[in-house]
Design a binder for this molecule. Structure first.
Ligand SMILES: C[S@@+](CC[C@H](N)C(=O)[O-])C[C@H]1O[C@@H](n2cnc3c(N)ncnc32)[C@H](O)[C@@H]1O
Length: 490
């Protein structure tokens, strides 16, 4: 949902590449609504979850809320030279995959753009996106990706809520509307974990009692092992409102933090300071078939408000388990974990016996990563570096000569890192990505540079949205996959 963490990729990168025209016109719905007789037939879903059709003149139409096979009456809201962007006015013939969206705010909220599609079809769509995007870059997957998913639809453990005071002085709290900067008041969000969803109603009532709601930039809620943390973004101190927030936190059993100040906000605890943690699967044997209990040791990771945190805890755990299953025995292998955060993957690698150097750009997160390794009795060398600056990755590769690299970059991907990995090949690369478009671009560079893709998975991290997380395991045939110091086979 808009304002909930990671941003959407631009339309052009997410499946309409090559179609971007230069001239753009905002269309008036009334003037451009297609009549019932010439309703559009939707051919397929574009990568970003919109229905793709062609008008009689052959122009591409990207239609929000439309599904393959449907005949729909549309209204155009944006016209470009080579394609139009539209939304559904009326479904004339519905797809068998169309379902009633579970969320009451679905029609307005810009968050979950796929709730009208049955969950199995959402996942089939996501599984098709990665191979299609790779194919556009000239890379064929020899095996279909596997799916990493869980059954829990209430998954989101972190959410940012916008706050706005309207001309009449009414305070609004919620997420951005679809195709607009307008805020939609959200009283119930079905994708949030229940503890966060239960807070929405009380928060609405509370912000309406504040003396200075305009000093509030936004609110963030997150779930940790220690309970729910409410993070205020406050532009200026207001003593009476601060006391109101503290009373609210006490009533609802919340931990309360704020970022105070306009330009360089500082973090400040309004309830007793505490160390936040989340847990991950550890190296021990997992539960056997049919056993309901978790038998493996767990890893505990500390984090602070503002640190990167994977949005869906259960899918994050499955991704780490999948990665470790793919990698098999990593004991004694040297790894570079790039874009490491607070050690989400680094600790699992170290727990598996690998020798890990973890690189992260944010200095405070590097400190947390080092502490996290210590607390879990693991050895990880934590380094701060900006991986986009010239020479950084080359220096790291030459200093550490790793056998394998894990990378989990932000949406922009890791072009420079991948170029360096072509010039200085390693035996294995595990690429974790939140944007399939930049992943495909980078994977193409690696494959054309000599690597081959041996495993692929798509993780349904953001259920009911068109976002997908992907993982690729690549190997370089000319690099050895041996424990350090071991003699090569044969
Ligand atoms: C998608 S997150 C992944 C974090 C971690 N692997 C995890 O699973 O939680 C990307 C991480 O890259 C870091 N990052 C972003 N830009 C960076 C850069 N230029 N150099 C190094 N790290 C960067 C962010 O601070 C963030 O922690």
């Amino acid at each position: 949902m808009a304002g909930l963490g990671k941003r959407r990729p631009s339309r052009a990168r997410s499946g309409v590449s090559g179609l971007q025209g230069r001239r753009t016109t905002r269309a008036h719905d009334a003037a451009t609504t297609r009549s019932v007789e010439d309703g559009l037939i939707i051919e397929r879903l574009a990568h970003d979850g919109r229905g793709l059709a062609h008008s009689a003149d052959g122009k591409s139409q990207f239609v929000d809320g439309a599904l393959p096979g449907e005949r729909v009456e549309t209204a155009t809201h944006l016209t470009r030279q080579r394609y139009d962007e539209a939304h559904v006015r009326r479904v004339i013939e519905a797809s068998p995959d169309r379902v009633a969206p579970p969320c009451v705010h679905y029609a307005l909220c810009g968050g979950c753009d796929l709730q009208h599609l049955a969950i199995e079809a959402q996942r089939a769509h996501k599984l098709a996106v990665l191979p299609e995007m790779l194919a556009r870059q000239g890379v064929e997957l020899t095996q279909a990706p596997t799916l990493i998913a869980t059954d829990d639809p209430h998954y989101r453990r972190r959410a940012r809520l916008g706050v706005k005071v309207d001309a009449e002085g009414r305070v609004h709290l919620g997420f951005r509307a679809r195709r607009s900067q307008r805020l939609v008041d959200i009283g119930d969000c079905t994708i949030l974990v229940p503890t966060l969803n239960a807070l929405l109603g009380p928060l609405h009532g509370h912000v309406a009692t504040l003396d200075a709601p305009r000093q509030l930039g936004h609110l963030e809620m997150l779930e940790s092992d220690q309970g729910v943390v409410l993070v205020l973004r406050q532009l200026k101190e207001h003593a009476a409102d601060t006391r109101r927030w503290q009373a609210f936190a006490e009533t609802h059993g919340l931990h309360l933090v704020r970022w105070l100040g306009r330009d360089t906000p500082a973090l400040d605890w309004l309830t007793p300071r505490l160390e936040l943690t989340y847990r991950l699967p550890g190296p021990g044997p997992g539960p056997g078939p049919g056993q309901g209990t978790e038998t493996r040791d767990e890893l505990t990771l500390g984090f602070a408000p503002g640190d990167f945190l994977q949005a869906n805890a259960a899918v994050n755990r499955r991704m780490i388990e999948t990665a470790m299953a793919w990698l098999g025995d990593i004991e004694g292998r040297s790894w570079l974990d790039l874009f490491a955060g607070v050690g989400n993957f680094s600790l699992a690698l170290a727990a598996g016996g690998a020798s890990v150097t973890a690189v992260e750009g944010n200095p405070a997160m590097v400190e947390r990563l080092a502490d996290n390794a210590c607390v879990n009795g693991l050895e990880v060398s934590a380094r701060q570096a900006d991986l986009t600056t010239a020479g950084t990755i080359e220096a790291l590769l030459s200093e550490h000569a790793p056998q394998a690299v894990l990378l989990d970059p932000p949406r922009a991907g890791a072009e420079r890192v991948c170029q360096a990995l072509v010039e200085h090949p390693v035996a294995r690369i595990l690429y974790v990505a939140c944007d399939p478009a930049t992943l495909s671009r980078d994977a193409a560079r690696l494959v054309h540079g000599g690597y081959r893709i041996v495993r692929a998975a798509v993780a349904d991290m953001f259920v009911h949205t068109s976002h997908l997380e992907s993982m690729l395991l690549l190997e370089h045939p000319r690099r050895q996959w041996q424990p350090q110091g071991a003699r090569p086979d044969g």
